[in-house]
Design a protein around this ligand. Structure first.
Ligand code: AMP
Length: 573
């Protein structure tokens, strides 16, 4: 890099990132163990009198809570006094230590000192909060050339992308779900200027709340298992929250996660282990209201901007928590189009800030070439409640188009018949909901071990930069799996017609639970017949978007049958 460097800084509530232009291209600088994401945490080490920032500080949160501060951004602009051990700081001072840490380490990485910066703030920040941010930059020894809105920064970096299809609409929506905050903004492009038309959000909602739900779920599980209400001390709380976050992140890529942790607590000196399998649909169910409250804000923002969903052009996802598949699925449904991350949602605000820095410095900007999947990739499934000729031709997407690669995603399906001998795994790419209109990339047989109908099978795609997809299928609980490598850039095979298939995913956690029970050999025939019928009716009603009252009634009936079956299993043992 030549000349003076102006960097872009995303000074976030949970994490911060520093980026700069390298020959016209924005890059986020890796500062800690190869990662560009620096926790926005500061901790005072009493022994040395030193202030620690980033991971080193975050690691001290549990052990030194009185010496450590996170989420200082929430206090910016306030007359707060922050006590770390025996010392007091203003919010600006704490933020300035984060900025200083970023800039100093970035300067070391680049071998050149950084003195000027563009810093981002939420669109809703008022004047006092913006001034406090500038002051933090100055305290860190920086000249703050400009403060820009986070959604504007995200939109700026997306402008540098060379898109295959141009976007005609001047309206951009930025949906930002971070660790502790949620914002949705609608911007209008007027020439070079991006104006924020509407900005709504909830500064007390983020990925952490999703962790909290899982944590409560674990606590309930432990209570059920041990018969004890565990005292919720700090150590248990921190440990369970950490397990919850890892579980949540794992469930973004696969339909199940086995939590297996030893000695999360002690009862009378005896260790209590936490071992249970959590399914994605269970997790989605326990957090549905959180997600729905973000969608309400999206509706509010659209109303404020006097726009309809179809008026919006580009939709940009920002913040690590937008990696939850349900976020993308709900927005795709609301806006009636596939929505994916084309750039890293953790980095794009900082990258955009560096684009703004480049514009200020008059540097020539290059185009960003996206490393994304060109087409959606999925498998052929049949739909039990589609009575048309297309019943056996559904295209179930596992990786959406325009998703950043490399990427690995798994989905859950079910077998059709009792003792089904095999599954024909047919991998397609394309955008039609029907396989016959998409391209067959490869097909192979997966022999099954004898099992009842509705047995779960997971299909995982690992897509690398060379366009090679490793497809792994696993018959869950039968120690039976197979992997095949396909090249998605070669178009070859012809569509096969009749095939022994996989059934489409369950519609929600209740139907998933019903299907899991249906797969249990201990289920008496009579109950099984009733459950199959009821599951069918219920799924059909949900898919058809039937009346809520009807769905609720079927749900009650189904839950009752599920309970009956579970009680039966308990007596059988
Ligand atoms: P941010 O504030 O943008 O850094 O976002 C941090 C939040 O994103 C935290 O709540 C993380 O747990 C969450 N997060 C990061 N990666 C994932 C993932 N793969 N799936 C779900 N949540 C994630």
């Amino acid at each position: 890099m030549m000349g003076e460097i102006i960097c872009g800084i995303d000074l976030g509530t949970t994490n911060s990132v520093i980026a700069c232009l390298d020959q016209g291209k924005p890059v986020a600088l890796s500062l800690e163990e190869g990662s560009a994401i620096v926790p926005s945490v500061v901790s005072l080490d009493d022994a040395t009198g030193q202030l620690l920032v980033g991971r080193a500080a975050r690691n001290r949160l549990a052990a030194f809570p009185d010496h450590t501060i996170r989420s200082v951004k929430r206090l910016m602009g306030q007359e707060a006094s922050i006590h770390l051990g025996t010392r007091n700081f203003t919010p600006e001072e704490v933020s300035s230590h984060i900025l200083h840490y970023l800039v100093e380490n970035a300067s070391k990485t680049l071998g050149q000192s950084i003195q000027k910066a563009v810093i981002t703030v939420p669109a809703y920040f008022d004047d006092a909060q913006r001034r406090a941010t500038i002051r933090a930059g100055e305290l860190a020894g920086l000249e703050v050339l400009r403060i820009i809105n986070e959604p504007t920064a995200a939109a700026l970096v997306y402008d540098q992308v060379s898109w295959e299809e141009p976007d005609d609409s001047p309206y951009i929506m930025v949906y930002d779900l971070g660790g502790g905050t949620f914002d949705v903004s609608i911007l209008e492009l007027k020439g070079e200027i991006k104006e924020v038309l509407a900005s709504c959000g909830n500064s007390a909602l983020g990925g952490d709340d999703f962790d909290e739900r899982l944590k409560d779920f674990f606590l309930r599980h432990l209570k059920q298992k041990t018969g004890y209400e565990l005292p919720e001390d700090r150590a248990l709380s921190v440990r369970l929250r950490d397990i919850a976050e890892r579980t949540k992140i794992a469930l973004s890529d696969r339909p199940f996660f086995l939590v297996d942790e030893v000695a999360v607590a002690f009862i009378d000196g005896e260790p209590v282990n936490l071992r249970l399998e959590v399914s994605r649909s269970e997790f989605e169910e326990m957090t549905r209201d959180l997600l729905e409250s973000t969608l309400e804000k999206v509706t509010e923002a659209l109303q404020e901007a006097s726009l309809e969903p179809e008026d919006i052009g580009r939709i940009i996802l920002v913040g690590g928590a937008t990696r939850m598949p349900e976020v993308q699925a709900s927005l795709s449904e609301m806006f009636d189009r596939p929505i994916a991350h084309s750039l890293d949602p953790d980095l794009c605000v900082a990258l955009g800030a560096s684009v703004q820095a480049g514009l200020i410095a008059g540097e020539p900007l290059g185009h960003i070439l996206l490393d994304v999947t060109a087409h959606s990739l999925g498998v052929r499934t049949l739909h039990p409640y589609d009575f048309t000729d297309s019943a056996n031709d559904h295209f179930s997407v596992i990786i959406r188009r325009n998703t950043r690669i490399p990427v690995s995603r798994a989905e859950l399906y079910y077998t059709v018949d009792d003792q089904q001998p095999k599954v024909d795994v047919q991998v397609y790419q394309g955008e039609s909901p029907y396989c016959r209109k998409n391209t067959l990339i490869g097909a192979f047989e997966f022999p099954l071990k004898p099992a009842p109908a509705n047995s779960p099978v997971t299909v995982e795609f690992a897509y690398d930069r060379e366009g090679i997809v490793h497809v792994s299928v696993d018959q869950k609980g039968y120690n039976n799996s197979k992997s095949v490598t396909l090249n998605v850039r070669q178009k070859t095979l012809q569509t096969e017609s009749e095939a022994e298939g996989l059934v489409e995913k369950p519609v929600n956690y209740i139907s998933e639970k019903a299907r899991r029970i249906l797969a249990d050999e201990r289920l008496p025939q009579e109950l099984k017949d009733a459950l199959i019928k009821l599951t069918g009716k219920y799924e059909q009603a949900v898919l058809a978007g039937d009346d809520d009252a009807l769905i609720d009634e079927l749900e009650d009936q189904l839950l009752e049958k599920i309970e009956q079956a579970e009680e039966g299993f308990e007596t059988i043992g």
